[in-house]
Design a protein around this ligand. Structure first.
Ligand code: ACO
Length: 334
């Protein structure tokens, strides 16, 4: 049994194409003031040409491999977190494995929205500690821009999401004191309809119809009861962070850095206040990327490692809340 898993390398990739709130206000009834005041978002990235979640994921994965000083030949497990797979099936993890030139190693997707990256981390950690893999590549990647309603009808959701990918390479910790301390996963499906994308649905015949794209509230686009989601998020985030700290005999006073999922800056500010963390302890980049769902924590982690906020010895908590509802945390000593 491997004692502890550690993150050996990080990487991220976003499209070059920047879409500001002012750009969106040209195609829908919205404004920079409304979006920034409510969410903290100033801009997000949208792919300009055809590009799948695994295309961005490949760039992020190659960076993470290089950061870890490894090649794809050293990887024996790939987990891909996404709610926007390149195609319906097979799994994006298989497509990514082919793009990276992986041999016949296990590869699977985790479709768990904003909590997908932490669920993937937990799955890979368990397989590594069980001796089933030596090095795992965990990637979160999303292309939202091709699946949102970029008209006034869809403005509540469309202004929030952005495209991007982040990746980590996991392996045995070089130091038993460092690495992933614990992960904590939750789901409550009774709230599924509060934030969901129903079409295309295997329970409908045909799975998608032309009228699914029309009307006031089309099922072919994500639908969200924003205030409802917000209220649950501000409860579940502190809860699952406390759960991770308590499981390791620690308190918020021990925490150096919190990397929350980037759904709304106001949610993250509320959580920071509830945990009595200083603003500099909380990593936020939603102003530049919007909500990149399964990619957001991995992108923020990569940026925080690169700028030195996450450094050796720091106690770091990753936390997420999103559709499902699902929520999760991971505590690690960097
Ligand atoms: N621009 C301008 N006006 C808008 C926009 C927009 N983009 N979107 C909605 N409005 C309007 C509404 O129509 C409404 O108008 P009305 O009062 O005339 O009816 C008004 O603004 C207020 O709408 P609310 O939805 O009540 O706005 P709220 O203050 O709740 O902010 C927001 C909306 C930002 C979505 C917020 O509720 C939120 O962030 N919720 C949480 C989102 C989240 O965490 N999602 C989870 C992650 S995503 C995932 O898991 C996949």
């Amino acid at each position: 049994m491997v004692e502890r898993t550690h993150i050996l390398g990080v990487g991220h990739a976003v499209p070059d194409n920047i879409v500001t709130n002012d750009d969106l206000s040209k195609v829908m009834d919205t404004s920079d003031e409304w979006v920034h005041q409510r969410t903290g978002i100033r801009q997000r990235r949208h792919i300009a040409a055809d590009c799948g979640a695994t295309d961005l994921g490949k760039i992020a994965a190659e960076q993470a491999l290089s950061c870890a000083g490894l090649t794809i030949a050293d990887i024996d497990l790939i987990v891909f977190a996404t709610l926007s797979p390149d195609i319906d099936w097979p799994a994006s993890a298989s497509l990514l494995a082919a793009k990276l030139g992986a041999s016949a190693i296990p590869a699977f997707d985790v479709k768990n929205q904003c909590s997908g990256f932490i669920y993937s981390l937990a799955s890979a950690d368990a397989l590594i500690r069980a001796g089933r893999a030596r090095h795992a590549l965990v990637v979160g990647g999303e292309i939202h821009s091709t699946g949102i309603d970029l008209t006034t009808r869809g403005r509540d959701v469309a202004v929030i999401f952005g495209d991007g990918a982040g990746a980590v390479v996991l392996g045995r910790s070089p130091d038993p004191q460092r690495g992933l301390l614990s992960t904590h996963l939750h789901a409550e499906g009774k709230f599924a309809e509060k934030l969901w994308l129903e079409g295309a649905a295997s329970r409908s015949r045909p799975r998608i119809r032309l009228e699914d794209l029309g009307g006031d509230d089309p099922v072919a686009f994500p639908r969200m009861q924003g205030r409802y989601v917000f209220k649950h998020a501000v409860t579940r985030f502190p809860e699952v962070i406390h759960e991770a700290l308590a499981a390791n005999g620690l308190t918020t006073a021990d925490l150096d850095v919190l990397i929350p999922h980037q759904a709304n800056l106001r949610i993250n500010e509320f959580v920071a206040g509830a945990l009595e963390l200083e603003p500099h302890q909380v990593v936020n980049n939603i102003d530049r990327y919007g909500n990149t769902t399964a990619a957001s924590i991995a992108i923020a982690l990569c940026e925080a490692v690169n700028d030195g906020r996450v450094a050796e010895g720091k106690l770091v908590c990753l936390a997420a809340f999103g559709a499902g509802f699902t929520w999760a945390s991971a505590l690690l000593r960097w």
